[in-house]
Design a protein around this ligand. Structure first.
Ligand SMILES: Nc1ncnc2c1ncn2[C@@H]1O[C@H](COP(=O)(O)OP(=O)(O)OP(=O)(O)O)[C@@H](O)[C@H]1O
Length: 694
């Protein structure tokens, strides 16, 4: 009874933190309260704002420990732990063993503490030396080994999770042209690079910690509660656990939406990183324009958003309240509890210890030996502190779990988008013409589209194919033409009329909305853009990309053969200049614009496809070398589609496909002398860009 009264009196002290929490919750929810007051006063404007805000809120995804989180985890966990016989299961088991060992050592340490205190109080020199020096010295070894094993196992587990998730993500991201679709068709993900690198890493690290953060306190609670029950009866652990459960519920109810904050934080970090990546990618252009200051504004503004988000987010205030309420407050209460008197006050201790232990000692008669009482005090106090810390840690893990939900939401969205895009579904925000300029989110399922593809060698045939952008803008209602091997075709038209779009449809980058496309297999179509892509690797890799050296040798191309191709494009000098075929450089920086375009043409000759699409890809090449390259292509049996405004190219083509930019086109045989109609001269929108011909 005395104990119960004491517990009640201690409870008063918990009101302080609860009041603080209430204020904190009111502060946090002030927007909600304002909305509530406004709607109660029936202000129509306020109501409208509240309703539109509500719609916006609904539209925004809720990130937290909810049903969605558990669904997402149910999909992610099998990726992280693929089977019972996996490395991860082994590490999880090892971690469980280490955690139990750690708790066992904590229990040993609590008992040891008591014995050392007893030795000091009873002035037993021998016991003190054997305990404090020998036993403690001996136990330091397993303690440090267990602690290190704990850290090592957790980081090994995080690494395994990261490896699994990253491999899974790479398999999906680099499967076919998923990476292109994510960047160009679907606009749900911004900065996929941040998701694939940082977010997966953070998710893995948090997941591995979460396991130990949940498992360790649970083991601690069971063992320390049992030990404490044995020593002083069941009331103290029961009261303590009840106190913490209540605190947990209150803290959980009033805690800020950590999951949402984490998701926003990661997105802003991704945007910030993107601003820097752009500076690296476009350093030359920015330097020529002297755009350093402008870029600085962009980078600073992005960084400011990151900082403001972190500062606005009352993480530290909440964390302090939690720490105080959960860790320190109960310890203080329990220290003041009548069974555990202040050791600073030995007289009071002596006077009250017998009564206290009698009241709380489960084992029956209290011992009045001060040394024994001191030992019990020290050991039980240690059990209590450990128990309180374990329950406190478990509750704080709830907060970490909410933050973890933020990473889970981002990584899971990455996997969802990759899966959708891989299945031919994409979603994008489009301008809704019926509702002014309002943006709408539209999901497009390309698997239900009516377009048909027929694979056939030696021909490209478009039969009533609409040219439609991913935004569903119709550039051309129907396009029909047929080109067979040997019929080079020039494509002309004003900017933005859909020339490149035609090839995106031909190359399966964009969905086919209707009609029939007949074309050879993908390996027999080759695309050469105006700005050629130069991969990481050796100079040889630039010519044979995406083949490896082994592939090239299998096709009969050794370095000598490759040199033959380089000579066709007048680049034979480059091999010596750059240090040989195996030299590795940042080729995009080292080569000039014309050299890059000629490397791309050498690559075309190496692959020798049936058809090639040359999209303004010789704009920086001199006319004489350009002519040599076109003649070589014809000899090699490569049929060309050329997008260009250069009149010098007319003689290399037999057919013309001309768009007028207003939804019309013509397909006809080409008269090499007829430069006016070929390029639509006189048409307001058409322009030439041939700097070499003047
Ligand atoms: N990923 C995309 N999403 C939405 N619209 C796009 C996308 N790419 C291009 N477009 C739009 O499609 C239209 C046609 O673009 P396309 O690149 O085919 O033009 P083009 O005829 O090749 O122009 P240019 O001669 O300037 O290269 C343009 O209005 C462009 O804005």
């Amino acid at each position: 009874m005395a104990q119960a009264l004491s517990v009640l009196s201690s409870k008063r002290r918990t009101l302080g933190p609860l009041v603080l929490l209430l204020f904190f919750a009111l502060y946090k929810n002030k927007t909600t309260i304002t909305n509530f007051v406004q709607s109660t006063l029936k202000d129509p404007n306020a109501q409208q704002t509240a309703s539109s805000k509500h719609k916006q809120k609904q539209a925004r995804k809720k990130v937290g420990v909810n049903a969605t989180f558990f669904r997402q985890m149910a999909k992610m966990l099998p990726i992280c732990i693929p089977s019972v016989a996996s490395r991860e299961t082994g590490l999880l088991t090892a971690l469980a063993v280490v955690l139990i060992a750690r708790t066992w050592l904590d229990i040993w340490f609590s008992a040891f503490n008591g014995q050392v205190v007893k030795a000091i109080v009873s002035r037993n020199r021998e016991a003190f030396i054997s305990k404090a020096i020998f036993e403690f010295g001996l136990m330091m070894w397993p303690m440090s080994i267990v602690n290190n094993c704990l850290k090592l196992t957790i980081s090994a587990l995080a690494l395994c999770f990261r490896e699994r998730l990253t491999n899974h993500a790479h398999n999906q991201y680099l499967n076919g042209i998923t990476f292109y679709k994510i960047a160009n068709l679907d606009n749900r993900l911004q900065n996929a690079d941040q998701l694939l690198t940082q977010d997966i890493d953070k998710f893995s690290e948090n997941l591995s910690h979460l396991y130990s953060d949940i498992a360790k306190p649970l083991v601690d609670i069971c063992l320390f509660a049992y030990k404490l029950g044995e020593a002083i009866g069941g009331e103290a652990p029961v009261f303590m656990i009840a106190y913490f459960v209540m605190s947990g519920i209150v803290l959980r109810a009033f805690s800020p939406p950590f999951g949402k904050y984490t998701a926003i934080e990661q997105k802003l970090e991704g945007d910030f990183r993107f601003t820097h990546s752009r500076i690296i990618a476009h350093s030359e252009e920015i330097a020529f324009y002297g755009g350093g200051n402008r870029e600085r504004e962009v980078v600073d503004s992005s960084f400011r958003k990151v900082i403001i988000n972190i500062k606005t987010y009352p993480k530290s205030v909440h964390s302090e309240i939690c720490q105080w309420h959960i860790r320190l407050c109960p310890c203080k209460i329990l220290r003041n509890h009548d069974c555990l008197l202040s050791p600073d006050d030995p007289f009071e201790f002596h006077a009250n210890s017998a009564h206290s232990l009698k009241a709380t000692h489960h084992m029956g008669e209290a011992n009045t030996d001060p040394a024994k009482l001191m030992e019990d005090y020290s050991r039980n106090s240690s059990y209590l502190v450990n128990l309180s810390q374990a329950v406190g840690r478990l509750i704080l893990t709830g907060r970490d779990l909410t933050r973890f939900a933020g990473y889970t939401s981002r990584v899971s969205e990455l996997f969802d988008v990759m899966r959708d895009v891989g299945d031919g579904k994409y979603s994008r925000t489009m301008v809704n013409p019926e509702k002014g300029a309002a943006n709408i989110n539209e999901s497009i399922d390309t698997t239900h589209m009516k377009g048909r593809i027929i694979i056939q060698d030696g021909v490209i045939n478009f039969n009533r194919v609409p040219i439609v952008t991913p935004n569903k803008d119709i550039l051309l209602k129907e396009l029909s033409f047929r080109v067979e091997t040997g019929m080079n075709c020039l494509i002309s038209g004003p900017n933005g009329c859909g020339k490149s779009s035609l090839f995106r449809i031909l190359g399966d980058l964009w969905p086919l909305w209707g009609g029939t496309v007949t074309k050879p297999a993908a390996s027999q179509l080759f695309y050469v853009p105006q700005k050629p892509y130069l991969p990481l690797g050796t100079f040889r890799d630039q010519i044979i990309y995406p083949d490896s050296r082994e592939d090239a040798l299998k096709k009969g191309y050794d370095d000598e053969q490759l040199m033959g191709l380089l000579k066709v494009v007048h680049l034979g000098y480059l091999v010596d200049r750059e240090g040989g075929w195996s030299a590795v450089q940042d080729w995009a920086e080292v080569l000039s614009g014309g050299e890059k375009q000629r490397v791309a043409m050498a690559r075309l000759f190496y692959h020798k496809p049936q058809f090639a699409i040359l999209d303004e890809c010789t704009s920086a090449v001199s006319i004489d070398v350009e002519a040599i390259m076109y003649q070589y292509a014809r000899k090699a049996g490569i049929t060309l589609f050329t997008v260009s405004h250069r009149t010098s190219l007319l003689r290399h083509h037999e057919y013309l496909l001309r768009f007028d930019g207003e939804g019309h086109y013509e397909f006809r045989e080409l008269d090499p002398e007829d430069t006016n109609t070929a390029f639509g001269f006189g048409h307001g929108k058409t322009q030439t860009s041939d700097k070499y011909e003047e």
